[in-house]
Design a protein around this ligand. Structure first.
Ligand code: NAD
Ligand code: IMJ
Length: 257
């Protein structure tokens, strides 16, 4: 394909397996000649990354362990990143977690601990990551995160994750203001439902996909590749005038009524 990310160093956070949206984004960025470093959570994710990157013919990739719920992990990961790549031009934050029990039933049953976990991993992590990425992004660049319509609407079962995504989208705006003077853009992509590990175990997910297909203007689900194309635009020279934005990549689902 093209060379939109030639000589660009990008950090991709959140590849767990071949269905991960982060992996779809990484594959697209590889096609544009990006030099990608990865943070992973857990040894299974590391093993998957090693296998995928070998298949892509990438030698000696920077693979850095990072549990975003731990400040010291984020600090260490960025120290390692500084040593390995020096300057950074883009960050893809594709991480979310809530306790499974919180993703069903009444939202008012959300526990204090469950609320904190969802906010901590799915929302606060972008704040801490952006703080540590800033000194490495001294040539400017783009930070993106993944959101979902449940931030804006009360979507069945999404519950505490919806509230975490609302905070995430608000964080994107505040971070965009903070980092704008440094020529760093901060945006979110609100993706339509995609069958990944974060979606498969969800109650009624398959029937929800059918409803989505029928109601969306394009009468189909969005593809990971389509999310990746928008990620590419936001992290490349094409997107330098866009910041603080939440772009829906959902086959138009959110505008239909
Ligand atoms: P996924 O399960 O492949 O990705 C989630 C990632 O979060 C995994 O790589 C996991 O290791 C990581 N993670 C969880 N806890 C972590 C921690 N403490 N520290 C570091 N990493 C941690 O699923 P996905 O669907 O690719 O999700 C990626 C992003 O896309 C999430 O933010 C999700 O909310 C968002 N999203 C997903 C959909 C969908 O339908 N799949 C739709 C819209 C938005
Ligand atoms: C997740 C839960 C409920 C409804 C949902 C989803 N809908 C969609 C998702 C309608 C599309 C997937 N999504 C957008 C997510 O952000 C998922 C986050 C997530 C998923 C899990 C499952 C396994 C687990 N914890 C999780 N934490 C966050 O243990």
């Amino acid at each position: 394909m093209g060379k939109l990310l030639r000589d660009k160093n990008i950090l991709v956070m959140g590849v767990a397996n071949k269905w991960s949206i982060a992996w779809g984004i990484a594959q697209r960025f590889i096609k544009e000649d990006a030099n990608i470093a990865y943070t992973y959570f857990g040894e299974k994710s590391r093993a998957n990354l090693e296998k995928f990157l070998m298949e892509e013919g990438i030698e000696n990739p920077a693979l850095i362990s990072c549990d975003v719920s731990r400040d010291e992990d984020i600090e260490r990961a960025f120290e390692e990143l500084k040593e390995k790549v020096g300057v950074l031009h883009g960050v893809v934050h594709s991480i979310a977690f809530a306790d499974k029990d919180e993703l069903q039933g009444y939202y008012y049953d959300t526990s204090r601990e469950g609320y904190m976990t969802a906010q901590n991993i799915s929302s606060y992590s972008l704040v801490a990551v952006s703080k540590h990425a800033k000194p490495l992004m001294n040539e400017g660049g783009g930070i993106i995160t993944l959101s979902y319509l449940g931030a804006e609407r009360a979507v069945k079962n999404y519950n505490v994750m919806g509230v975490a995504k609302a905070a995430l989208e608000a964080s994107v705006r505040y971070l965009a203001v903070d980092l704008g003077p440094e020529n760093i853009t901060v945006n979110s992509i609100s993706a339509g439902p995609i069958k990944t590990t974060s979606a498969k175990g969800i109650r009624d997910f398959s029937s929800m996909l059918k409803v989505f297909e029928d109601a969306s203007p394009m009468k189909r689900l969005v593809k990971t590749e389509e999310v990746a194309n928008v990620a590419l635009f936001l992290c490349s020279e094409l997107g330098t005038g866009v910041t603080g934005e939440n772009i829906h990549v959902d086959c138009g689902y959110h505008i239909a009524g």
